[in-house]
Design a protein around this ligand. Structure first.
Ligand SMILES: NC(=O)c1ccc[n+]([C@@H]2O[C@H](COP(=O)([O-])OP(=O)(O)OC[C@H]3O[C@@H](n4cnc5c(N)ncnc54)[C@H](O)[C@@H]3O)[C@@H](O)[C@H]2O)c1
Length: 263
C-alpha cells in the first residue's frame, strides 16, 4: 500500500518546549504534518495534541537523539505513517554552565552528545529518504555562543560551533541531490534551557542576583533592548524550511536582536 500523504512532513526534535514547540506549532499552522520528537514524552504529546486540536496531523514519538537506535526508529515510524520526510529541525538541546577548566568529562560528553552528535544522528537517518526524493530541508540550531566568546559556557559553545561546521559540510555533500542544510543562530530567548543557565549562574546577566534581574540585564545588552522570543526564532526556521528559501543552503542565519552586530 502506498501511504504517502500529500502534505509535507517535518520532524522537530526537542518539540516539547521553547523554540521546538513554537516551531512545531508554526509549521503545523502552515500545513505540515508534524512529528514531535522529544526525550520528554509528556511535553511532546501535549504539543502534538495541540496540533491535532487545531485540525492538523501530528505524531509524538518519544526519542532520545543521543541514541542512534531510537533515532532510526523515529525515522522508520515517520516513513511508515506518513510515507515521506520533507524537513528535519535539529532543535533538541541542553544547556550547560562551566568554563573549560570547570566542566567535567561526563558533562562535556552529555552536552556534545545531545547538541552535536544528536543532530548528526538525526541528519544521517533522514538524508537517505530526502536524497532519494531529491527534496528536503534540514535546519540545525546553533547559538551566538558559537560566534563570540561567552563566559563559562565551554561545552555548549563547542557543540554549537560544531553545528555550524557540520551544517556547511553536509550542505556541500547533499546539494546535488536537491537537499538544503542551514543553521539558525539564535541570540538569547527565555526558555527552560536559559532559565537553567541563569539558575546555575550562567553569567548572562553578570552579577545580577535574581533571574528577573538577569533577564533584564541580558536584554539591555541587545541593540533592540530585549531578549528574543521562541516564536521569533521559529519564523526564521519556518522560512528556511519553505520553498521560499529554495536557493539558500550551507548558510548561518543569525536571529539575535542585533547582538552580534556590536561584537
Ligand atoms: N533559548 C536560547 O536562548 C537559545 C539560544 C541559542 C540556541 N538555542 C538552541 O535552541 C534549541 C532549543 O532551545 P530551547 O531554549 O527552546 O530549550 P528548551 O529547554 O526549552 O527545549 C529543549 C527541548 O529539547 C529536549 N531534549 C533535551 N535533550 C534531548 C534529547 N537527548 N533527545 C531529545 N530531546 C531532547 C528537551 O526535553 C526540551 O523539550 C537548543 O538546541 C538550544 O541550544 C537556544
Amino acid at each position: 500500500m502506498n501511504n504517502t500523504c500529500s502534505e509535507p512532513v517535518v520532524v522537530v526534535t526537542g518539540a516539547g518546549s521553547g523554540i521546538g514547540a513554537a516551531t512545531a506549532l508554526r509549521l503545523g499552522g502552515q500545513g505540515y504534518q508534524v512529528v514531535c520528537a522529544d526525550v520528554s514524552p509528556d511535553r511532546s504529546a501535549e504539543v502534538a495534541e495541540k496540533l491535532i486540536a487545531n485540525g492538523g496531523r501530528a505524531d509524538a514519538v518519544p526519542t532520545d537523539v543521543t541514541d542512534g537506535k531510537q533515532v532510526q526508529q523515529l525515522v522508520g515510524r515517520t516513513i511508515g505513517r506518513f510515507g515521506r520526510i520533507d524537513a528535519l529541525i535539529n532543535n533538541a538541546g541542553v544547556g550547560s554552565v562551566g568554563s573549560a577548566v570547570e566542566v567535567d568529562e561526563a558533562e562535556w560528553n552529555r552536552v556534545l552528545s545531545t547538541n552535536l552528535t544528536g543532530a548528526w544522528l538525526c541528519a544521517r537517518a533522514v538524508l537517505p529518504h530526502m536524497t532519494q526524493a531529491r527534496r528536503g530541508s534540514i535546519v540545525n540550531l546553533s547559538s551566538i555562543t558559537a560566534l563570540h566568546g561567552y563566559p563559562r559556557i565551554a561545552a555548549y559553545s563547542a557543540a554549537k560551533g560544531g553545528i555550524i561546521a557540520l551544517t556547511r559540510q553536509m550542505a556541500r555533500d547533499v546539494a546535488e541531490h536537491g537537499v538544503r542544510v542551514n543553521a539558525v543562530v539564535p541570540g538569547t530567548v527565555h526558555t527552560p534551557l536559559t532559565q537553567g543557565l541563569w539558575d546555575g549562574g550562567g553569567g548572562f546577566g553578570g552579577s545580577a542576583a535574581t533571574v528577573d534581574e538577569q533577564v533584564s540585564a541580558a536584554g539591555a545588552g541587545y541593540p533592540l533592548g530585549r531578549l528574543g522570543t521562541a516564536d521569533e526564532i521559529s519564523s526564521m526556521i519556518a522560512f528556511l524550511t519553505s520553498d521560499a528559501a529554495a536557493w539558500i543552503t550551507g548558510q548561518v542565519h543569525v536571529v539575535d536582536g542585533g547582538r552580534t552586530a556590536i561584537g
